[in-house]
Write a protein that binds this ligand. Structure first.
Ligand code: KIV
Ligand code: ZN
Length: 514
């Protein structure tokens, strides 16, 4: 019998802590459904005490998600634990409170200003309180990688005795190397007398590029839960990437007799969804999910793969969701086919949403012969907020050419009133941005503008990500269209809609057609 590794996905909590990756509640719901379809065992849905928005997102995920366990993060503090318990409650017996406190000397002295005994007492009290409010409790010893091993053994034993059934050993600052981290896990399991009453988990950060290697070393040494994120998102350099951990275990099943519950064919769609929503591009040479992960450039490699796929491929692209069922949709495809394809991508559309999405699909199919999965995801991204947007694009005309100053004219619907403006710029996108920005305030500082052709061909949709900063708030917007200037305008408007106080400017430029 093979062993089971629990996949704990923290894309919606640690992943969301990546700079510029914050998601709104609808976006979180879409990611949560994709994670559930992917088969993760636990979804860490957020940090409920952090804000009312975080609380609401965790509560809604706990209410709607029907398979995965739902965890809410809480510091070892009464209020945090109460809020986390309330937020995860709708998940019933699948609810988990994940409480943590730092255990390394530097964190205890400099951050918490507490003695090790005080930290131990606080951890035990937190686990007891959490256990009285939720069916399952996970305890994390933050910065366990740099903690004293004797103290770590004591706090792990005490928190298991207090009721924690999952003990997480985070390498919070990504300092460990695989050999020592693996040894740390096996020493804990060996020395803690009640270790058999808990599942040991790891949570590795990627500051030295070792998050996945450290997680695998921990699994070799007895860890049976790995905390990870889609595309390796997470604080600073990120967390261990889910797709790499899962595919290492599967591809090297000759070394690991360990299974996960992941449907690997859903990895690439989930990765694309998270990238589109967060605006965090996937580097082309990223393992498993990068655009080049299965691209063979050199003649020798191409020749080898054509003769036998296994010459240069250790897993098939189809096994991780590349090019699976390229049932290409087009303008003759019906509503049922569209709904079925979304379901295969892990997205169940409600009747009302299907109607809107189908209309958008038909508009796109008129402009573009073949509609690929990437197009469908883009349709969904642009659809998700349309109804709640305060600003909508009504029309856009841009003109540019050699020797001419690029100009753009826009018409926006701002809270039900039509506003018009023109702009000049260094190019048609710049002109369109100036026109749009002249109509609203605050309009943020542009931090990132990225364009991606989401499928091949000159009729491909361009997908644009725009990141804006307004004070300490950073927001992302996405837009897609076969016209790159329109895609850019939609992305800017989508980001502007996420600035809470954004409104129409009282005085703005007058419309003059171009
Ligand atoms: O990196 C870390 O230590 C964490 C904990 C809250 C688990 O994210
Ligand atoms: Zn972390």
């Amino acid at each position: 019998m093979s062993d089971r590794l629990h996949i704990f996905d923290t894309t919606l909590r640690d992943g969301e802590q990546s700079p510029g990756c914050s998601m709104n509640i609808e976006e979180k719901m879409r990611v949560a459904h994709a994670l559930d379809g992917l088969g993760v065992d636990i979804i860490e849905a957020g940090f409920p005490v952090a804000s009312p928005g975080d609380f609401e997102a965790v509560h809604r995920i706990a209410s709607e998600i029907k398979h995965a366990r739902i965890a809410g993060l809480a510091r070892a503090a009464e209020k945090d634990i109460e809020r986390a318990a309330e937020a995860v409650k709708p998940a019933g017996d699948r609810a988990r409170i994940h409480t943590f406190i730092a255990t390394s000397p530097i964190h205890m002295q400099a951050k918490l200003r507490m003695s090790p005994e005080q930290v131990l007492d606080r951890a035990v009290a937190a686990v007891k309180q959490a256990r009285s409010l939720a069916p399952e409790v996970e305890f994390s010893a933050e910065d366990a990688g740099r903690s004293d091993i004797d103290f770590l053994c004591r706090i792990v034993e005490a928190t298991i005795a207090a009721g924690a059934r999952v003990i997480n050993i985070p390498d919070t600052v990504g300092y460990m190397i695989p050999e020592e981290f693996g040894a740390r896990i096996s020493e804990l399991i060996e020395r803690v007398p009640n270790a058999d009453q808990a599942i040991f988990s790891v949570h590795c950060h990627n500051d030295l590029g070792l998050a996945v290697a450290n997680s695998i070393a921990a699994v070799v040494n007895g860890a049976r839960q790995v905390e990870c994120t889609i595309n390796g998102l997470g604080e600073r350099a990120g967390n261990a990437s889910l797709e790499e951990v899962v595919m290492i275990l599967r591809t090297r099943s000759d070394r690991f007799d360990i299974e996960t519950g992941i449907d690997t064919t859903r990895i690439v769609p989930a990765s694309k969804l998270v990238s589109q929503i967060t605006g965090m591009p996937i580097q082309a040479n990223k393992a498993i999910v990068g655009a080049n992960a299965f691209a063979h450039e050199s003649g020798i490699h191409q020749d080898g793969v054509l003769k036998h796929q296994k010459t240069y491929e250790i897993m098939t692209p189809e096994s991780v969701g590349w090019n699976t069922n390229r049932m290409v949709l087009g303008k003759h495809s019906g509503r049922a086919a569209l709904k079925a394809r979304y379901a295969e991508l892990g997205i169940e559309l409600e009747a009302e949403q299907l109607k809107t999405v189908f209309d958008r699909f038909k508009i796109l199919a008129d402009k573009k012969k073949d509609i690929f999965d990437e197009d469908l995801m883009a349709i969904l991204s642009s659809d998700s907020e349309v109804d709640t947007e305060r600003v909508k694009l009504v029309s856009l005309h841009a003109a540019s050419g050699t020797g001419d100053t690029p100009v753009a004219a826009v018409e926006l619907d701002i809270e039900g009133r039509i506003h018009k403006a023109t702009g000049e710029g260094d190019g048609p996108v710049d002109a369109a941005f100036k026109a749009i920005k002249s109509l609203v305030e605050p309009n943020g500082k542009l931090l990132l503008y990225a364009v991606n052709a989401i499928t091949a061909g000159t009729d491909a949709q361009g997908e644009v990500t725009v990141r804006l900063q307004d004070g300490d708030r950073i927001v992302n917007g996405q837009g897609s269209d076969t016209d790159i200037v329109v895609a850019s305008a939609k992305a800017l408007i989508s980001a502007l809609n996420k600035l809470p106080n954004m409104h129409a400017k009282e005085v703005h430029a007058q419309y003059s057609g171009v």
